[in-house]
Design a protein around this ligand. Sequence first.
Ligand code: COA
Length: 175
Amino acid sequence: MHVQQLCRLLTAPPQCIAVAGVEVRPFGGSRDISGWIDLMCDAFVAADPPMRPWTTADFEKHFLSHADRSPDEIFLACDGEYRLIGSVALRVRSGRDRKHIPAIHWLAVRPEWRRRGVARLLVAHLERVCWQRGMREIHLETHTGWHEAARFYEAIGYLPTHQVTERSSMRTAPD
Ligand SMILES: CC(C)(COP(=O)(O)OP(=O)(O)OC[C@H]1O[C@@H](n2cnc3c(N)ncnc32)[C@H](O)[C@@H]1OP(=O)(O)O)[C@@H](O)C(=O)NCCC(=O)NCCS
């Protein structure tokens, strides 16, 4: 499994470019869990390497039992009828020197909504949250086989920080 780590330095307040008919809002608690799981299954259905479908138990384990992850740090894109069409999660780890290291997690847009700027809007929203908290360096990891993601991150200015690494354990499952 080949993993690529990427990073972008924020040098100015990130600008969110609106997408017609799309609104970004915070995660709304337990009422959003099933919709979020459905969105993730839909968005990753064709992923190669594949993603095991999320369950409610996965969600609780992933977002509710780690100090550096929280549903409050999930941002949702909704269409005019409040259906979830995209999502991104922020994870902030504490580094060795107590520096906070923000990272993009679980970025996903439903296939029928792609190439309209929804992911760009979600990432800009997350970056703006980081900017407001004084964080200037955003990190992420992706799989080299997820070509759409690679092209997306390149297009919005994320650069590789390390050589591609091979990992035996795949973070392609929600655990
Ligand atoms: C990667 C993903 C989130 C991109 O979402 P999106 O809403 O389509 O992205 P955007 O419309 O904001 O794209 C912004 C720019 O990124 C680039 N881009 C995005 N998808 C691309 C693709 N499939 N091929 C080439 N360039 C692409 C383009 O430059 C695009 O601008 P343009 O449409 O004006 O040319 C989406 O394809 C997805 O959900 N993929 C499956 C899940 C996944 O891989 N998630 C990332 C895990 S790390």
